[in-house]
Unconditional design. Structure first.
Lengths: 494, 409
């Protein structure tokens, strides 16, 4: 079940809200409602894989207890930690990578070895990474072990973040299990987040998906002109952003409706001026995970030997690449990110005097080329597509298809471009506080800056129009969903 | 700042109100089907674990499909597409030509390969000839009229006409008789988009009647067909024509709504003269029989009386023979020992065959999509005088040619 489905919006969500708020008097009962509903949510999408999630919860719960119990005996604790890593990474390997590995071995052995075809359980990469972070945090004494099985189960399976994140560290989630407060303010913000996320997904990502999918389809039929190749690549660049960030917004919104604060996962990545910055803004929770549980344990950037920094970066970015899927394209994509980030680090790119717009063009160029590789089914396909993006002589520049896609989807391209930049928060700030008219320093320590704001013209009107616009957006999204418009979810396979 | 949250609170309150109201109304709409799915799940014997995914699939489908006032949403969607001046709708589900007519299309680089289809037709021709039947391929026109239909720049063209040309050329090489209605239409100056419904992929009933008269002419000259009362039956003046104004939206129009595609007239044509038929059809789930005059036996006039125009089951084009049953047998009680004909066809041929039945004693029809028997057995057993295979250019795919797949058949 996806958040942008009618089953979710008109059946699951109202049912969970009613059940949840009926038990307003008991946090434990509310948590139980969320747990049962989360498992039902997962079972609805993947009936046969619910067992895997339940096994993961049970095994990690007990391994957490064992690691905690053996804390004084370092070797025993480490043994149980290794068991947890083997279990979680082993599960991930079997379900996510075994098919790929056996197919490649079989290819090398001229088809003489056996291959396995295992379907990928939805969200496995997300809940497995959360389980690993929990066990490691317990081992490191960064957090207390969770002795309540149901609370732990809720951490791993909480439905807003279950299948596409954000990846929450246990120490961030745990206090909210029993201490969170549901407020009207949180709920209201949650509803707005949800509507905005839905709009991003249904109106922007899905329309960009049509262009991207069609252009990649045309590419498979033969060569294509430069303008069309770029248009397809840009469409996919917008699609993947609005698909994933829309889903993240919906997840954050749903969390807020139940009193939870989930981590922000995106911070306008397409305004970045380097690949390093891009990764601080894109899929933030995944980047933080790799930083905390792989990069820093490897020594991070604080090792004296520059070779080791490069090695650490290589390990992290290759891991990030293959985390996204079992294909050579993801590995190549990870390597490209590694090369760019390592180069930026080595040459202190962020401190360079290059004009911002050149840095921005560089960053977006790498990002777009990266997405082409990411989107392609094979490296060969990716290579051919990239050649089409630059081969002016073979297929020319212009195509009627380019004109048609721009004419038919121009408004969605423009909206995607606008909402890739922080237009909305700037407007929000503007409406919440008004225009800054004076800035001063306080006379008392710590001498903070003080601002004086004046209410902007039309703010009252905009405040009235805001709910109208949001509800209209919601209704338009429902219209698209009832119609059964194109609605792919690209991040499911990760 | 307070006002900042007030507007969000107002939004949330309205959101929740709409969410719960629509949720209740949708549940009320879908409840009977949901209940039936759950009841089936509970009453079925066997492993519940194995049946659970099917239950989930059924419930998901119901909750997505059975929505309160669904067609208001489709109209709203269509209206938005109109406001956006879109010629492509919902991932090229349909495209709008410059004259406002809707078309099916897809991205491709050239005509489809038809070698397999030609081989199957060749085997069918051999089997039919062996059984004493004359075999002909009848090509109905594609809605994309070459030289007339115009798409906006960049809208993909599916090369259906070129596929049809290649197919007919290959059949001629194999000495299989063919009739190309596109050429006939050109000769008579009606090869234009007006011959088709704007909101549907079918030709108009008026065009189908014209095709029937041409069909008789061609068969007469080619095979010396004796079509009884030809002058009476092929003269449109001897038929009643009832025009249902602005009452029809075809399959493509139903997808995008009236506000996007517009409604159009539908003309029901039936004989003024005396007729007497027995009609038998075997559909997916039930057998249908009817007896009486042309409009009582062959036509399903209940489809003309209104009903939900958005419901595919109420498509007025299906007035003739109830659309596309897998197998149809029409007995003309006014003609004993006359011509026996088999049509292996898609929906364009249905009204043509309906009129053609006036001059035959038996007309059989097979729609390969919904026929689960063996076509070669039917050809061997029934000893037809004529076997006509007829699929429109876009249907020149293996799905429509599930016969004589192997040389040994």
């Amino acid at each position: 079940m996806t958040f942008s489905s009618l089953s979710f919006m008109f059946y699951f969500l109202p049912a969970v809200l009613i059940l949840y708020y009926i038990f307003f008097f008991s946090k434990t009962l509310k948590n139980m409602v969320l747990l049962v509903c989360s498992l039902a949510f997962y079972a609805w999408g993947e009936p046969k894989n619910i067992a895997l999630l339940v096994v993961s919860i049970i095994v990690n719960y007990f391994l957490g207890l064992l690691v905690d119990h053996e804390k004084r005996r370092k070797y025993a604790a480490r043994f149980w930690l290794i068991c947890a890593l083997v279990f979680n990474l082993g599960t991930l390997f079997i379900f996510k990578y075994l098919s790929f590995v056996t197919k490649n071995i079989s290819y090398l052995a001229d088809g003489k070895t056996e291959t396995f075809d295992i379907s990928l359980p939805i969200g496995i990469s997300f809940f497995t990474f959360q389980a690993i972070s929990y066990i490691i945090d317990v081992y490191r004494n960064d957090t207390k072990v969770q002795k309540n099985f149901f609370n732990f189960a809720l951490y791993l399976s909480f439905f807003p973040k279950l299948i596409q994140g954000p990846i929450m560290k246990y120490e961030e989630f745990e206090p909210q299990i029993m201490e969170r407060r549901e407020t009207l303010r949180k709920f209201s913000s949650g509803a707005c987040f949800f509507i905005v996320g839905l709009g991003k997904k249904v109106l922007l990502a899905n329309n960009m998906a049509i262009v991207a999918d069609r252009v990649f389809e045309i590419h498979k039929m033969g060569g294509m002109p430069v303008s069309l190749a770029w248009l397809g690549a840009i469409a996919y660049t917008f699609q993947i952003y609005f698909d994933f960030s829309g889903y993240s917004d919906m997840a954050i919104g749903l969390g807020l409706m139940f009193g939870f604060k989930l981590n922000k996962n995106f911070n306008y990545p397409y305004i970045s001026k380097s690949i390093g910055e891009f990764w601080r803004r894109w899929h933030i929770s995944l980047g933080m995970w790799f930083r905390d549980y792989l990069y820093i344990p490897l020594g991070g950037s604080r090792v004296k030997n520059k070779d080791k920094i490069i090695r650490n970066l290589a390990i992290v970015w290759i891991s990030t690449g293959i985390w996204h899927g079992a294909n050579w394209t993801f590995l190549a994509w990870g390597i490209i990110n590694f090369i760019c980030i390592a180069t930026e680090k080595m040459f202190h790119f962020n401190e360079s005097k290059l004009p911002n717009f050149i840095r921005h063009i560089y960053a977006m160029f790498v990002v777009i080329i990266g997405w082409v590789i990411f989107r392609s089914d094979s490296l060969k396909e990716a290579g051919n597509f990239i050649v089409c993006m630059f081969n002016f002589t073979k297929n020319g520049f212009y195509s009627d298809y380019t004109y048609m896609f721009i004419k038919e989807f121009g408004i969605f391209f423009l909206a995607s471009l606008a909402f890739s930049t922080p237009v909305a928060p700037i407007l929000n700030q503007f409406m919440a506080k008004g225009i800054r008219v004076r800035q001063s320093l306080s006379t008392q320590p710590p001498y903070q800056k003080k601002y004086l704001y004046m209410e902007a013209t039309f703010v009252k009107l905009v405040n009235v129009l805001y709910p109208v616009g949001m509800i209209l957006l919601f209704l338009i999204c429902i219209t698209y969903l009832v119609k059964g418009s194109y609605n792919p979810f690209i991040y499911f396979k990760f | 700042m307070k006002r900042f949250f007030i507007k969000k609170t107002v939004t949330a309150i309205v959101f929740i109100f709409i969410l719960f109201t629509l949720s209740f109304l949708n549940l009320k709409t879908a409840y009977p089907t949901l209940e039936e799915s759950v009841r089936d799940f509970l009453s079925n014997s066997g492993s519940k674990t194995e049946q659970f995914p099917t239950l989930v699939t059924n419930l998901s489908k119901t909750t997505s499909d059975e929505v309160f006032n669904k067609y208001y949403y489709i109209e709203a969607y269509g209206y938005m597409q109109k406001l956006l001046d879109k010629n492509e709708v919902n991932n090229f589900e349909v495209v709008k030509a410059n004259d406002g007519s809707l078309n099916y299309t897809y991205f491709t680089t050239g005509p489809n390969n038809v070698d397999t289809l030609v081989e199957r037709m060749e085997r069918l021709e051999q089997a039919g000839t062996k059984a004493g039947s004359k075999v002909m391929y009848v090509m109905t026109p594609d809605k994309y009229i070459v030289g007339s239909t115009q798409y906006e720049k960049g809208i993909p063209y599916n090369y259906a006409n070129e596929t049809a040309d290649n197919f007919l050329a290959a059949l001629k090489e194999k000495n299989i008789d063919t009739l190309d209605f596109r050429e006939q239409m050109k000769e008579d100056g009606i090869y234009s988009t007006d011959s088709f419904y704007k909101t549907d992929h079918h030709w108009k009933v008026e065009t189908a009647f014209w095709a029937f008269t041409k069909f008789v002419d061609v068969l007469e000259s080619k095979y010396d067909l004796e079509f009884p009362n030809k002058d009476l039956y092929t003269n449109l003046d001897n038929y009643n024509q009832i025009v249902y104004k602005d009452s029809y939206i075809g399959s493509m129009g139903r997808k995008e709504g009236i506000l996007y595609s517009g409604a159009e007239d539908f003309t029901f044509i039936y004989p003024k003269f005396d007729t007497n038929f027995y009609f038998y059809a075997r559909g997916g789930y039930k057998d249908i029989t009817a007896q009486g005059r042309f409009e009582q036996a062959i036509c399903f006039t209940s489809l003309l009386s209104g009903g939900d125009v958005y419901d595919a089951a109420n498509d007025k084009y299906f007035t003739y023979m109830d659309g596309n049953p897998g197998f149809v047998e029409i007995t003309n009680n006014n003609i004993q020992d006359g011509t026996r004909v088999l049509f292996i066809k898609d929906s364009l041929m249905v009204p043509v065959a309906s009129f053609f039945a006036l001059g035959c004693s038996k007309v059989y029809m097979i729609d390969p999509r919904y026929f689960y028997g063996n076509i070669s057995d039917i050809i061997d057993q029934y000893k037809f005088d004529y076997i006509f295979t007829s699929f429109s250019p876009q249907n020149l795919t293996e799905e429509f040619f599930p016969f004589y797949e192997n040389a040994s058949d």
